[in-house]
Each structure stands twice: as structure tokens, then as C-alpha cells.
Design a protein around this ligand. Structure first.
Ligand SMILES: [Zn+2]
Length: 387
């Protein structure tokens, strides 16, 4: 009885310490569901739908996935409006139906089967990991928010499948700045501004890697300052691996294409939805904070913090010491500790070989073991108070 009380008291005090930690980012996966196709594909087909939300405490972004899973499509997942959209903060801006395509050897990886979709971090940071089953490559995307952030950081990673060659990689982004003009029979005045230049509607802006580090998409007609539209949006573009690109500033959709060196294996972007902001406020934000946000994006380590900080040998030593100090109270936990250490060792080898799914599995194992270690620490203190 006494030991149970100590365990509870210790766990509560540790929980209170955790609860005092300041800013929390929440990442939520709403799970998978299947619906009969309406607009996405032909009648009678079954469409896979998913969504995930990141909330930095100040701004909330939702990502919606849709792909027809009819067996006739094989690993392909057609969906008429696109596969990965951003329905919130607003349906306009980064398009709710599909704002992102990643063309590997000219074929969109995002339109292939989802191999992995899960929250890999929530709390100090929030991260959703998605892996797509392109026939020539494994494409991973991590969408992350930091506490208090107004934008999403995206880490892309591609690896060729055994025997396949990646000859080209391009990321294509679709936005409807502030308002769905043509669909609502209105005329706007779109622009894409960068730190270097500004391109008006009906022009194509050729991007200069390293200079056009943010792309600011706005509409001078649909500006909340004039009581019109939702407000603008923007992208951050990290220059690593980028060879060029262009923004086709249409009167309706604005399409951005970013070309990457296939052997770079990685790309980093940021996404802002400034809905609710005036154009002037968003412009001022990017001029003031764009460089700082870019620095954060470039320096980002998207591995789950539990994995980044993990040293399996130190974990083994700590577990051994706690089991010794816990004495008889620790014995019932010996097998769980051994299982954990065996799984962590095996996963760590896959992580070191660059496997994102193993990284996520390892992060989950370590998080799930927190409760086990709290109990062992409490028993160790109880049985070895001076230790
Ligand atoms: Zn279909």
C-alpha cells in the first residue's frame, strides 16, 4: 500500500512538472474513413478520406486527404480536386481540395497510396508524418508547427525504390489567394511578391533560388482592409537542392512549381495562411520575420525529439540501475524493460539507415515507456532512498 502511494505521489509530481511546461502544440489525426465517391472518382468507387490538424496555440491548420481506393486503380489514388488539401484556416488560399503535388519522374507521388499517416509528435512540437507509395520512390512529408507559430513547416524526403532511378523532382503548389474569384464570378488582381520582385496577374515569375525565399500571394481587390476576401497566403522556400522554379500568376489559381536536384533527396517549405490579416499586415510580417522563419526552417530537425535525444546504451544503463535500486518491486517489470530495449535497438538500426517509419515507431516506443520508467523511478527511490 505504502509503495503504491509513493508511486502515485511521484507520478503526480512528475505530471505537475510536465503540466507546467509552457507552450503546447497539438497534433491530431482524425483517422481514416471511407465514403462513396461523388466528385472524386466514378460512381460506385470507394474513396479513402483522412484529416489531421496542427494547432500551435495561436493558429490551427487542417490537412485533408482524399484518394479513390477502388482496386481497379492499383496503388494509384485518383481524386478529381487533388489528394492533399488544406481546408483550414480557410478553404481558399492553400486549396482545400489539393494544394500540393510532388512530381517524381513527372508523376505525382501524392496521388499514390498512403503508406504511413500518423502524428509523430504532439506537445513541445506538433508533427504529422505522411509517406506515399510512388512506384519509383518513397516520398515522406512531415508537416510541423512550433509553439505560437503562424505557419506550418514542411520537410520533404524522397528515396529511390530498389532498382529505380529518380530523374526529376518538382513540388507543385496551388493557391487561390484570398478568394475563389472565377468560381464566384468576380475579378480580382492577383500578385506574387518575393523579397526580390513582384509579379502581377497573368504573368509568369521565374524564381531565383536563394533570392526568392518567400512567395507572398495576394489580391489587391480581395483585401480584408477593403472588406473583401479572407486575406493572403505565402510560402517559405528553403534554397537547399532548389534548381529553379516559376509562379504562374493566374486570375484564378496561382500555380507554383519548384524544381529540385533529384539527388538532393530532401526539400523544405513553409506555408502561411494569413486569413483574417490585411495585405499590409501580412506583407509587413514577411518583411520583418521572413528571414527569421527561413532560418528556423533551414535549421529544422524533424526527427521526433524523443528519437533525436535517444541514446540506447544510456537507456540500457539507466534501466539496469533503476531495476537494481527497485529490488523486488522492479522484478515484475524486467521483461517489459528487456522487450523495450530489444525493440529500441532493432529500430535504431533502421532509423540510422534513414527509415522515417522506423523513426516514428521508435518515438512511439519511447513515449509509451515513460509510464514504465516513472514506476521504476518511484520504486527505486522507495527502496533505495539514499541512492
Ligand atoms: Zn476510382
Amino acid at each position: 500500500m505504502r509503495s503504491l502511494c509513493v508511486v502515485i505521489a511521484t507520478a503526480l509530481s512528475l505530471w505537475r512538472v510536465a503540466a507546467d511546461q509552457p507552450p503546447i502544440v497539438s497534433a491530431h489525426d482524425a483517422g481514416v474513413r471511407y465514403e462513396s465517391a461523388t466528385y472524386e472518382c466514378q460512381a460506385g468507387h470507394r474513396v479513402e478520406k483522412r484529416s489531421a490538424t496542427l494547432d500551435s496555440g495561436t493558429t490551427r491548420y487542417t490537412f485533408g486527404y482524399s484518394g479513390c481506393a477502388d482496386p481497379s486503380h492499383g496503388d494509384s489514388r485518383p481524386s478529381a480536386e487533388g489528394n492533399l488539401g488544406m481546408p483550414a484556416p480557410t478553404a481558399a488560399n492553400w486549396y482545400w481540395g489539393g494544394f500540393l503535388r510532388v512530381l517524381i519522374n513527372d508523376v505525382d507521388a501524392v496521388s499514390y497510396r498512403v503508406e504511413d499517416w500518423r502524428v509523430i509528435e504532439t506537445g513541445a512540437r506538433g508533427t504529422v508524418q505522411i509517406v506515399f507509395a510512388h512506384p519509383d520512390a518513397e516520398l515522406g512529408v512531415r508537416l510541423m508547427m512550433l509553439p505560437g507559430a503562424n505557419h506550418v513547416l514542411a520537410d520533404f524526403r524522397w528515396r529511390p525504390r530498389p532498382g529505380a532511378t529518380i530523374k526529376s523532382v518538382a513540388v507543385e503548389l496551388r493557391c487561390y489567394p484570398s478568394f475563389f474569384t472565377a468560381a464566384r464570378h468576380r475579378n480580382g488582381d492577383r500578385h506574387c511578391g518575393t523579397p526580390r520582385t513582384d509579379a502581377p496577374q497573368d504573368q509568369t515569375l521565374q524564381l531565383v533560388p536563394g533570392a526568392d525565399t518567400y512567395l507572398y500571394y495576394y489580391d489587391t481587390v480581395f483585401d480584408p482592409a477593403k472588406g473583401e476576401g479572407d486575406g493572403p497566403c505565402a510560402a517559405l522556400v528553403a534554397p537547399d537542392g532548389l534548381t529553379g522554379g516559376r509562379v504562374v500568376v493566374g486570375s484564378y489559381a496561382v500555380i507554383t512549381t519548384l524544381d529540385y536536384r533529384p539527388d538532393a533527396g530532401a526539400a523544405r517549405l513553409g506555408f502561411y495562411d494569413f486569413s483574417g490579416s490585411t495585405n499590409a499586415a501580412a506583407d509587413e510580417y514577411l518583411k520583418t520575420h521572413g528571414a527569421e522563419d527561413l532560418g528556423e526552417l533551414v535549421a529544422l530537425d524533424s526527427r521526433p525529439l524523443t528519437v533525436r535525444d535517444l541514446n540506447v546504451e544510456k537507456l540500457r544503463e539507466e534501466a539496469g540501475r533503476l531495476l537494481t535500486d527497485a529490488g523486488e518491486d522492479g522484478q515484475p517489470y524486467q521483461d517489459r524493460v528487456n522487450d523495450l530495449l530489444a525493440r529500441a535497438t532493432a529500430l535504431k538500426a533502421e532509423v540510422d539507415a534513414g527509415d522515417w517509419r522506423a523513426e516514428a515507431d521508435l518515438g512511439a516506443e519511447i513515449e509509451a515507456s515513460a509510464d514504465l520508467f516513472w514506476k521504476l523511478r518511484a520504486f527505486a527511490v522507495l527502496n533505495n532512498p539514499g541512492g
